[in-house]
Design a protein around this ligand. Sequence first.
Ligand code: C2E
Ligand code: MG
Ligand code: MG
Ligand code: MG
Length: 285
Amino acid sequence: NASKTKHEAYTIYDPAIDVYDPQRLSLMAELRLAIATDQLQLHYQPRIDFRKRSLVGVEALVRWQHPKRGLIPPDEFIPAAEKTGLIDELTLWVLRTAMFQGKHWEAQGLMLEIAVNISTRSLHEMFLVSSVRELLQQTAFAPERLILEVTESTIMLDPVNAMRELEAVHKLGVQLAIDDFGIGYSSLAYLRQLPVRHLKIDKSFIIDMRDPKNGAIVRGTVELGHSLGLSVTAEGVEDKTNYTSLKLLGCDQAQGYYISRPLPVSAFNDWLSKSRWKAKTARAM
Ligand code: C2E
Ligand code: MG
Ligand code: MG
Ligand code: MG
């Protein structure tokens, strides 16, 4: 198959991600329709700054409101979408929807950063740079408030290409974050060269931070991030104890159920109006 992609060529057969699995095929046919008919939704999870005690931004997380199956979480369709190439359409939909939502919040005076997850395939094979440039023009969303999140494994699949793409995205003024840091393998030599602003420590270390080994990893990652000049975010901050320990460690920002679960827009607006976290407003700019 000539259209076979670089990373597919290395794939070992795994029935769980069989592209030709009839059930998966129909799910992907349905997903194609879902993108076209607005069955996808974004939920937004707040990210706060420890020192400023403020809401900095949100991460856009996709969900599929399936007419029969109900709300499907991303882990159940993103991997298959990656395999079949539908991920590019999905990524574009997410970027566009999140940036327009950012403009809506702006119209209400709310200046939020918006983070979007970029899958491996979309970084390496989509026309990501030109798509992002076009969407920035279409939506008039400020590039410096857009954050693209990529994982270590996405980068390490093809570090040279990743470097080129991320450099080009960075030139548009967009920020970059390394997501799920600590569970993939990555080379510090590459990390140092990438135009990245944020490290997001994987939630598995944070949720179980009381385990001394996880605690040591978290402490080490905060120090590593700071010595590379990066801002460090903890994800999976589920309770007050986590929150307080991370603050004491000098971690910069936090995301997690302790602050809020990911929420649809209206619930997010309600949460914010009642929350102790205050967002940056247009007047305060
Ligand atoms: P991620 O980017 O690392 O997103 C964080 C995940 O952790 C989210 O799961 C979020 O709901 C969950 N989470 C946040 N706080 C806590 C907490 O305190 N405790 C626990 N246990 N979990 C917490 P979600 O929304 O199910 O997304 C899972 C993954 O799916 C994401 O991980 C991301 O890799 C992927 N994903 C989500 N939306 C998109 C998208 O639009 N495009 C792409 N390519 N991937 C997406
Ligand atoms: Mg993420
Ligand atoms: Mg993550
Ligand atoms: Mg992830």
